[in-house]
Design a protein around this ligand. Structure first.
Ligand code: PAD
Ligand code: ZN
Length: 356
């Protein structure tokens, strides 16, 4: 039956989130309804609120970095059952398209780059509020207490996982960590530069360190980010505001020939260019981890690099192979979600998590 619950609705571009009572229809065939327990606040949700996310339709329930428990399943669902802990996948894995079948990619053809994920695959919505249809976001809409997803956009995880931490494995952490480990394949002993030290950039720092980089140069215009970056493995911290010359020249002087790997985790044209120009000309690799939107976007910006195996990341976290807890700077109750972006925008948050 339909569930009434709380959700944060963005009624129009440029308007703050408002907490509403919404009705969530039961899952149809091949769909899963999940009770969301915790959701991280990612800068991408802020791009949605601003109306900068491509093909976004309002009103919409944002949120894509969540973790929860399966409440009910539609006909034909076999991979999960009620009571299972899951992480919604903002890049689905249909497992059948040419991209899913290629081991070098985790970009599924059913993702929003080819199909709007503002409605379920059958082009209808499961959300209504005050008699109006509300759109889904990336099929995840984790700012709702109950959300409905296609089965192939849900990953079952370890039943012992703490949902208020592993929600970060739905977006920010794998985007950054995977950019270093899987996309760049950072080699031991190498030199890396990481532009931007939000949740994504700090996860890049962790990935570079795990890969054995010997020098990790962390760059941010907010010096308050440096202590955490050092704690997670940065060897040098650079604030472009401390220099009059362009930052790529500073990095060239620090490294001689430039860095082996550079990562952009901000999403700005200027820093994309600077990160590219900081890379050594002979063999350097430049990875775009941040999504540049609106005016900042490049023609043909590549899809994000989310690490493929979310359940494996959960097991690795449980085995203490990396420290997600170090990324969590703020935890707020869901009622405060309208204020939950403030620490990120003020540059005070590494990652903020809201719990239902
Ligand atoms: P955040 O806002 O927490 O962090 C951004 C950091 O960049 C902050 O610490 C800023 O101080 C810093 N910064 C801003 N401007 C500059 C500058 N000119 N030079 C140096 N540092 C600067 O964001 P986040 O970590 O949540 O996300 C970062 C970007 O990545 C953002 O654009 C987001 O939309 C994108 C993203 N992409 C994916 C993906 O799948 N590709 C996933 C998650 C986030
Ligand atoms: Zn995100």
């Amino acid at each position: 039956s339909t569930e009434g619950c709380r959700a944060a609705v963005a009624w129009a571009a440029g308007k703050p989130l408002s907490v509403e009572e919404v009705e969530v229809a039961p899952p149809k065939a091949q769909e899963v309804r999940v009770k969301i327990v915790a959701s991280g606040i990612c800068r991408t949700d802020d791009h949605v609120l601003g109306g900068y996310f491509p093909n976004i339709e309002f009103p919409v329930i944002p949120g894509h970095e969540g973790a929860g428990i399966v409440e009910s399943v539609g006909e034909g669902v076999t991979s999960v059952k009620p009571g299972d802990k899951v992480i919604p996948l903002c890049l689905p894995q249909c497992g059948e398209c040419c991209f899913c079948l290629n081991p070098d990619s985790n970009y599924c053809i059913k993702s929003h780059f080819s199909e709007s994920q503002n409605l379920m695959p059958d082009k209808t919505s499961r959300f209504t509020c005050k008699g109006k249809q509300i759109h889904h976001f990336l099929w995840t809409s984790t700012f709702a207490e109950y959300t409905v997803m296609p089965e192939y956009a849900v990953a079952k995880i370890d039943a012992a996982a703490p949902l208020d931490k592993v929600c970060l494995l739905g977006c920010g952490f794998p985007t950054g960590y995977g950019a270093a480990i899987n996309t760049a394949k950072v080699k031991p002993g190498s030199t890396c530069a990481v532009f931007g030290l939000g949740g994504v950039g700090l996860s890049v720092v962790m990935g570079c360190k795990a890969a054995g980089a010997s020098r990790i140069i962390a760059i941010d215009i907010n010096k308050d980010k440096f202590a955490k970056a050092k704690e997670l493995g940065a060897t040098d911290c650079v604030n472009p505001k401390d220099f009059t010359k362009p930052i790529h020249e500073v990095l060239m002087e620090m490294t001689g020939l430039g860095v082996d790997y550079s990562f952009e985790a901000i999403g700005h044209k200027d820093t994309l260019k600077a990160a590219f120009e900081s890379t050594t000309v002979g063999w350097g690799t430049f990875v775009i981890a941040g999504v540049a939107v609106g005016e900042q976007s490049l023609p043909g910006s590549p899809p994000p690099s989310l690490e493929k195996s979310v359940p494996k990341l959960v097991s690795d976290y449980m085995a203490k192979k990396f420290d997600l807890d170090a990324l969590v700077s703020h935890t707020l109750p869901f009622e405060k979600i309208s204020d939950a972006f403030d620490p990120t925008i003020a540059g005070k948050s590494n990652r903020t998590i809201v719990v239902f």
